[in-house]
Design a protein around this ligand. Structure first.
Ligand code: PMP
Length: 403
């Protein structure tokens, strides 16, 4: 892995080398991604889809090539199933609105898990308020796994569940959910499934056809791409029946004051000028990780996570959440040190140049389930090293001594 591709990694903070371990929040950008954006603004920029002129066609080509790159990356069947959004959050809000309009009625239920990020909870609550739905929750076990047998019985006991919404990987615990099994269990009852892929796409290969998920959401900025661009994948058979989420330009076929007809997929869901520079930069990021190889990235991050767990466990009073021996997790480790508030620990680590995240990580119900107020979270990316893990461990030991 070439750290030199990421200019920011060579900067210092407080005169110390930066140790960036907040990758679950957002990743740093390789030079090629930033340059792709600069190059497009300097040499190509024009609005897409509606211009006959050279630049508009060139920008449109880049934008539509990006859609094809995304399709190939997650192995969707056709690029009309790839909807560009602002990120995972917008993808799920789009789905909640449009799926809700098309397929849900008062008294219906949405099934989510106890380890969801707020962006896979709140849109369903808003929809529930609007439509009079009920939200049901799949509990997790004490070691941070989805309780599969309870999930099975919830599925079997209710005939009102219209959608199951589960994260692929927990952004707090690093738990990699058995998503294929979760999907096939829902399908046995005829229920479609949304997978929140915000924390899986950066770390390992995802194949939406192989998983057979009905919807899949992810964010560009967590996979070395720019902020403000994301993806909602959906099976055509559902998307075709769902009404638009927003109205405006691009998403229409014909407009009169009496009646408007909507554009075909995926444009029906993409009102207004899209972030065409962002989509091109996202495709550049995807090409970047694919050139390294998702398997290589996974292997590197698994080794790093195993090493970090081993080293962190040597620290007195260390409490690590999730990551049981028999279920290797993803490159996210949440922890606390008994007697030290997570915010103090994070702040003091920052003074040593180590960037970690503290708090509830936008998953308050999960944090409450763990019986705590928050954690310190270290999360790794392809460019992190064992030396940085050592810096984290030494940093924590230094803070512990101060207390
Ligand atoms: N789901 C999960 C599991 C996440 O980790 C995040 C980001 N922390 C989101 C959803 C929301 O992503 P975004 O803020 O990019 O929309």
């Amino acid at each position: 892995m070439n750290r030199d591709d990421f200019p920011i990694l060579s900067r210092t903070v407080y005169d110390r080398p930066l140790v960036y371990l907040d990758n679950a929040a957002t990743t740093q950008k390789p030079r090629c991604v930033v340059e792709a954006m600069m190059e497009e603004y300097y040499n190509v920029n024009a609005n897409v889809h509606r211009g006959v002129h050279f630049l508009s066609q060139k920008a449109t080509d880049l934008h539509e090539q990006a859609r094809e790159t995304v399709r190939d990356f997650i192995n969707a069947r056709t690029s009309s199933e790839i909807i560009f959004t602002r990120g995972t959050t917008e993808s799920i809000n789009l789905l909640a609105y449009s799926f809700g309009e098309a397929f849900m009625q008062e008294g219906d239920e949405v099934l989510i898990s106890e380890m969801e990020h707020h962006s896979n909870i709140v849109p369903w609550q808003i929809l529930s308020e609007r439509k009079g739905l009920k939200i049901k929750v799949i509990p997790i076990t004490d070691d941070g796994q989805i309780d599969i047998s309870t999930y099975r019985s919830i599925l079997e006991q209710s005939t009102k569940i219209r959608l199951v919404c589960v994260t692929h990987v927990s952004n707090v615990l690093g738990t990699v959910n058995p998503i294929k099994e979760i999907i096939s269990m829902a399908h046995e009852q005829g229920i479609p499934v949304l997978v929140d892929g915000a924390q899986s796409t950066p770390h390992f290969k995802v194949d939406v056809q192989e998983l057979d998920c009905d919807f899949f959401a992810f964010s560009g900025h967590k996979i070395y791409g720019p902020t403000g661009v994301g993806v909602l994948y959906g099976k055509e058979k559902y998307l075709e029946q769902m009404p638009p989420y927003q109205g405006g330009g691009e998403m229409i076929q014909k407009v009169s004051f009496e009646k408007t007809t909507f554009n075909q997929l995926p444009y029906k869901f993409e009102a207004g000028t899209p972030d065409y520079v962002g989509t091109h930069a996202l495709a550049t990021a995807i090409n970047y990780v694919c050139n390294i190889g998702m398997d290589q990235i996974l292997k590197h991050e698994q080794e790093l996570t195993a090493y970090a767990l081993q080293q962190l466990r040597t620290i007195d009073n260390m409490q690590i959440y999730g990551h049981p021996e028999n279920h290797p997790g993803d490159a996210v480790i949440s922890f606390n040190i008994k007697g030290i508030h997570h915010l103090d620990l994070g702040t003091l680590l920052d003074r040593l140049g180590i960037a970690v995240r503290t708090g509830h990580h936008c998953a308050e119900p999960l944090i409450h389930r763990l019986g705590i107020e928050g954690t310190v979270r270290a999360s790794f990316a392809l460019y992190n090293t064992k030396e940085e893990v050592d810096a984290l461990v030494q940093g924590i030991q230094r803070v512990v001594k101060m207390f």
